[in-house]
Design a protein around this ligand. Sequence first.
Ligand code: PBG
Length: 333
Amino acid sequence: MIITGKYPNLRMRRARMHDWSRDLCQETHLLVSDLILPLFLIEEDESKEYISSMPGVKRHTIESACSYAQQAQALGIKVIALFPVTPNALKTQDGQEAINPDNLICRAIKAIKAHAPNIGIMTDVALDPYTSHGHDGLLINNEIDNDQTIALLAKQALVQAQAGADIIAPSDMQDGRIAKVRQILEDNALPNTLIMSYAAKYASALYGPFRDAVGSSSAFGKKDKKSYQQNPANHDEALCEVALDLQEGADMVMIKPALSYLDVIYHIKQHFKRPTFAYQVSGEYSMVKAAAANGWLDERAVVLETLLAFRRAGADLVITYHALDAARWLAEG
Ligand code: PBG
């Protein structure tokens, strides 16, 4: 950077004196179209609407999801991300419900497409909502079997894409899954389905409330996902994950969680210059909600500051449970 003067000729505070001059010099902006709204789905007869560890977030029946998607669309949100809660009776060791073309998420995609046709639908590809053990892959001899898992994930992606999903989002962190998904889409005449890879997904302690929401935590017990999700200590490994996923056919990549991984977001955007998503995960959401409920933080100010920080770091898009609130706040100006 070239410093063009010194005090008193150069006073950094001059441009900070007025609202208009602060606006004029603002480097990064947050738009409602940068936000993606996650949405949890439940079956009609499951009365598990509220998620205690995520105040303000509900599980939606298909009918309620349709009107929620319409609300999001009306506020200018471009994409929603669907996460199903599978009834316990349908969870199995091998997660076969994931490839049922009439499962909850596939029925929801079709219904939402009919009610809110102008909103993009992103769907999660991983087995954790469907397995009795809560892992993202197939548990064979007490280990997640990479190659058998990705064969199943490709079929899961196919049923979702055939139901009308616009963006397939593998969140499982197995090796080689993007290539398998891309191949099955090509083989089935779906060349225009986008793939957004959860490329750098860390084995984070911040996913707890999400696991409550989809009901994968109790089954999951004390086991962790460290044999497939990334070590939070590593940065270079994330660049390698992204490079591989782009080579295999991903259109977009994600870093997750967001706030504690801004360095990773920054370098991935700088290096690859591809559409880059940040996921402000459930634990990040719940921390802000809890502090705000205690009167310790100003929710609106903190949320908008964190979302802007993701954009400044290089994220093009942010998946956030605050999306609807943030959309309203942005509209108010
Ligand atoms: C699972 C999945 C997880 C999240 C999104 N997809 C949880 C996990 O890996 O255990 C977490 C999202 C959040 O915490 O908001 N495939």
